[in-house]
Ligand binder design. Structure first.
Ligand SMILES: *Cc1c(COP(=O)(O)O)cnc(C)c1O
Length: 454
């Protein structure tokens, strides 16, 4: 190991507190320190190259060091790095808002910027809440969300989150939310359609009982990412839209993970022709370069905030870096690349390649379920294939499998014992195949040995 790497690792251990990480274990393994990126590769301080198989945590779109995005950021730097949207306009934030309204489902005409997926959901929840207050429907104060959903880590977004491991400890800090079982066909006693109906019926049960109190229904459309790539049965999202309409509440769609091509279309909502009332965007919005997020709202919601200042209908929310100019410039360049490179049109072939590679894995030992929605996939590892019994979480089987892949030059990060495969949507077919070969080889040839060792 180089002396410089050793020093960096020492300083990292001494000063950096890593997210979602048990730091007591951090010292035990040798961390990889990323120094640069090149296309779809990450390069560490030892010069080792890894295929970025998880899009640098689900946000990278066109690869790293992309000329067009780099140039757009540089050009913006020549003008201004940041200026506020509180009381001032900013060129790039205006151009991007117009573009976003143009590409998102019809009806979403207003763009409210922030800087992370968590804040985009926090804002949607607060907007929905205040929308009803402003309209005089004072009882509409609660939300319906799905079990195992993930909407970010701020207190509001945690309140509509349903992952016990992450959220349980904070329960007494959170506002009360109604939870509906997620439509997860794996392990459900019945068909996928029955599973969908079961969740929708339970959602309707809550709406029947508490309809007048519900400010909105919050969902991750099509795929519950952090839950372990749970793929909803077809029609669930549309069903949720219909229920929101029937009980006159709002549908909030969190496209933070699914947006910008991940599911095979620009936005997951398009698959079921759904027009949400509020839509949350982050992760891929800048091509995975900078922290930027947007919450899009309908005119109806927007207009409920209009009035004389003395009516107190103003949305008193905003962050220092709201609508950051560098982020907006990167986002505009990323959207141009989608068009220039025909990214969405190219996805059919890539999705098919992933499907073909995943198919034979279903019958392998210790693989309970294989799920895919477009360019997002999850491979669930289990102790007992027949019963679906999980491994003890302390065994860290998922992490060990990903470590084996890393040694072969592919960077992936598991969610518990679900191996997540989320290559950048712009990744070329040949590199995608190479990545899939590493994944297949590892689950076929290394997984049984890893299981024997735990
Ligand atoms: C990642 C994610 C978030 C949170 O985004 P951050 O930028 O990490 O705050 C919210 N919702 C979904 C669906 C996500 O996948």
């Amino acid at each position: 190991m180089k002396d410089t790497t050793r020093k960096l690792i020492e300083a990292d251990r001494k000063y950096v507190w890593h997210p979602f990480t048990q730091m007591a274990d951090w010292g035990a393994c040798e961390p990889v320190i990323i120094e640069s990126g090149e296309g779809f590769y990450l390069v560490d301080t030892e010069g080792r190259r890894y295929i970025d198989g998880f899009s640098s945590l689900w946000c990278n779109v066109h690869g790293h060091k992309v000329g067009k995005i780099d140039d757009a950021i540089r050009a913006q730097l020549e003008r201004v790095g940041h200026s506020t949207l509180l009381g001032l306009g900013q060129v790039k934030s205006i151009e991007l808002a117009e573009r976003l309204v143009g590409i998102t489902p019809e009806g979403l005409n207003k763009v409210f910027y922030s800087d992370s997926g968590s804040t985009s959901v926090e804002i949607a929840v607060k907007m929905a809440y205040q929308h009803w207050q402003n309209r005089g429907c004072r009882k509409r104060k609660k939300f319906i969300a799905l079990v195992s959903s993930y909407h970010g880590d701020t207190i509001g977004s945690v309140s509509v989150g349903g992952i016990e491991l992450f959220h349980g400890i904070f329960r007494s800090l959170l506002f009360e939310t109604f939870f509906v079982p997620s439509p997860h066909p794996y392990g459900f006693d019945g068909s996928a359609q029955e599973c969908k109906e079961d969740s929708l019926n339970k959602m309707e049960g809550l709406l029947k009982r508490y309809g007048e109190e519900i400010a909105g229904i919050v969902v991750e459309p099509l795929v519950q990412g952090a839950a372990g790539m749970i793929v909803h049965p077809q029609g669930f999202l549309r069903g949720a839209r219909e229920l929101a309409d029937k009980y006159k509440t709002l549908l909030i769609v969190d496209e933070v993970a699914t947006g910008f091509g991940r599911t095979g279309k620009m936005f997951a909502c398009e698959h079921e022709g759904v027009r949400p009332d509020l839509m949350c965007l982050a992760k891929g919005i800048t091509g995975g370069y900078l922290p930027l997020a947007a919450t899009l709202a309908t005119d109806e919601i927007y207009e409920s905030f209009l009035g004389h200042v003395s009516e107190h209908k103003t949305f008193y929310h905003g962050h220092t870096y709201t609508g950051n100019a560098l982020g907006c410039a990167a986002a505009l360049a990323s959207l141009e690349l989608f068009e220039e490179n025909g990214i969405i049109e190219s996805l059919g072939e890539k999705i098919g390649i992933i499907e073909e590679a995943l198919k034979p894995m279903k019958s392998l030992a210790y693989i309970g379920d294989v799920r895919q929605c477009g360019m997002m996939a999850g491979i669930e590892l289990v102790k007992d294939k027949a019963s679906g019994e999980s491994f003890e979480s302390e065994a860290m089987v998922g992490a060990k499998v990903c470590a084996a892949m890393r040694a072969k030059g592919a960077m992936l990060r598991p969610l518990g014992d679900v191996i997540v495969l989320m290559p950048a949507v712009a990744m070329g077919v040949e590199l995608l195949k190479e990545l899939l070969c590493i994944v297949s080889d590892t689950v076929e040839n290394d997984l049984p040995g890893i299981v024997r060792g735990v």
